[in-house]
Design a protein around this ligand. Structure first.
Ligand SMILES: Nc1ncnc2c1ncn2[C@@H]1O[C@H](COP(=O)(O)OP(=O)(O)OP(=O)(O)O)[C@@H](O)[C@H]1O
Ligand SMILES: [Mg+2]
Length: 233
């Protein structure tokens, strides 16, 4: 990715969800740009559209209006196949509800996205996955099945999984929501350090004011709009 382009940018994103009388105008024109090396927080009350915005930025849903770029590439021009390729190559997504494969071990959950990308041996993938699990404090639980992990442990596996393919852009929906103070600080430091050191881009949704304050930018959302964007870097 060349350094003059934002890692991720959107302009005028709109989204409607639901049918008929329950139809909601969930995003009403959202614009932002995240440059390499920046950590952005999105804050705002429950239901204001944070997760809906992340799903669109993460190429998991299409907007009803507006434009989205990953690097220099405009997403609307991509076929569904290219869209899923970009999602796997460029984006790491940490879900609000982590969606691990319960029948698989922690390390297998981290290896799965690497296998989709291809190009590495099984040994290389397992070594990288083990390193990521170590970075989130789970080296001793790599071979446990996901269903035998606590909520916070599962969340940390999900964070390791999001980093599996070394994404340029990381989107995280309350990545520390299930974590105690120590683990919350640890994974936030890990993500922030990675972004600053390797010029990645991170957008995270958080209800934790201490984490929001430690980000380079804070965007405040209300009723489907960003009503304030403040630089804290
Ligand atoms: N499939 C759907 N059909 C209709 N409305 C929906 C649908 N999904 C979400 N909504 C509504 O869209 C709005 C935005 O939801 P969203 O999940 O983006 O909120 P959020 O800001 O992430 O909230 P939270 O902090 O609780 O996670 C909410 O009012 C929600 O009820
Ligand atoms: Mg949400």
């Amino acid at each position: 990715m060349d350094d003059t382009a934002s890692s991720l940018a959107c302009h005028g994103l709109e989204k409607y969800l639901g049918e008929d009388e329950s139809r909601v105008h969930v995003l009403r024109g959202v614009s932002l740009a995240i440059n390499p090396g920046e950590v952005h927080a999105v804050v705002g009350p429950s239901g204001c559209g944070k997760s809906s915005l992340l799903y669109i930025l993460g190429l998991l849903d299409r907007p009803d209006a507006g434009t989205l770029w990953i690097g220099r590439e405009e997403i609307a021009t991509l076929s569904d196949d290219l869209l899923s390729a970009r999602r796997n190559e460029e984006l790491g997504f940490i879900f609000q509800f982590h969606f691990l494969l319960q029948d698989f071990t922690a390390i297998e959950n981290v290896v799965i996205p690497m296998r989709r990308l291809g190009g590495s041996t099984d040994g290389e993938m397992r070594e990288r996955a083990a390193g990521l699990l170590d970075a989130v404090g789970l080296s001793d639980k790599a071979d446990r099945s996901s269903r035998a992990l606590s909520g916070g442990e599962q969340q940390r596996v999900a964070i390791a999984r999001a980093l599996a393919n070394d994404p340029a852009v990381i989107l995280a929906d309350e990545p520390t929501g299930n974590l105690d103070t120590a683990n919350s600080a640890r994974v936030f430091a890990l993500l922030k350090d990675l972004v600053h050191r390797e010029r990645k881009a991170l957008l995270l949704v958080t209800h934790n004011p201490a984490i929001a304050q430690a980000c380079d930018w804070i965007h405040t959302m209300r009723d489907g709009l960003i009503v304030d964007s403040a630089w804290h870097g």
